[in-house]
Design a protein around this ligand. Sequence first.
Ligand SMILES: Nc1nc2c(c(=O)[nH]1)N[C@H]1C(S)=C(S)[C@@H](COP(=O)(O)O)O[C@H]1N2
Ligand SMILES: [Mo]
Length: 319
Amino acid sequence: MLIKKAEDILSSEITPKSLYLNRRKFLAGAALAGAAAATGAGLRELIAPSTTVFAGNKINGIQKSPLSTTEAVTPYKDVTNYNNYYEFSTEKDEPAKLAQKFRTRPWKVKIDGLVEKKQELDVDAIIKMAPPEERIYRHRCVEGWSIVVPWIGFSLSELIKRVNPTSKATFVEFTTIFDPGQMPGQMRNVLEWPYVEGLRMDEAMHPLALLCFGMYGEDLPNQDGAPLRIVVPWKYGFKSAKAIVKIHFTDKQPLNTWNISAPREYGFYSNVNPNVDHPRWSQAKERRLGEFLKRPTLMFNGYDQVASLYSGMDLKKNF
Ligand SMILES: Nc1nc2c(c(=O)[nH]1)N[C@H]1C(S)=C(S)[C@@H](COP(=O)(O)O)O[C@H]1N2
Ligand SMILES: [Mo]
């Protein structure tokens, strides 16, 4: 699982293997355990919120983000059983089953291109870079359905600012793992593999752009993009690449997978826009999973705070 479970801390750090620890660490551990016993609080609750601790598969110490919507959260079973994940299947009810045994550890993410600190990072090191937040976002698929999800992660900018892109880097490209042995969809040519997505640097640095590793208080389920994905709530869902293994900084606009597959239908920007129809259907309305009546789709999916990123741009041309 992600990082450490409370059980692991108890067994390997406080009791038997405490001998391996230096004295200070041992005393700190003993003090914690003592305080836990004294107050009747679980050890988990006493661990500082800045420490990400996954107890069982629950994520503790999560901060609630002010960037969350107050709309009703979509039921977990809908969000985890209705997925677009073409590496596994083009059917939305199949990734839940087909991704079950997908291996999400060990997992490395390569940082390269126009960046000072080129490196390969372990996903668990990435997760520990900044305190986890719960961000409840609307998510609108280009196909006309939407969900509201309590994602867990932190702003993508937290990672980007730690790796120092050079001043030439104007775009960021995200690449999904290529592993046809584990991902049956990659044995077929339904899309060009691996799945690639990209953002302009200012979009990637916007605080709403989320580097995501959990949801509903738990690890990200495999079908939702474990162990690490991007979530860009003001753009159509396909911009939010799952299971990423590479973050590449570049001075050229990345060719994103859906744009390669059908350039007239899927652009690079793909901002949610009720005024620009998909060539084959209207984008004016959406159906929230679990609801019967359609609701109007909002410009930028309701995230008006990103509008200034596109001032002066023709969003009909740059769809
Ligand atoms: N690697 C990868 N990422 C992907 C996709 C995909 O097929 N492969 N589908 C995209 C689309 S079209 C949508 S709508 C969202 C769905 O995310 P969810 O299943 O967590 O709701 O993932 C996006 N990210
Ligand atoms: Mo989508």
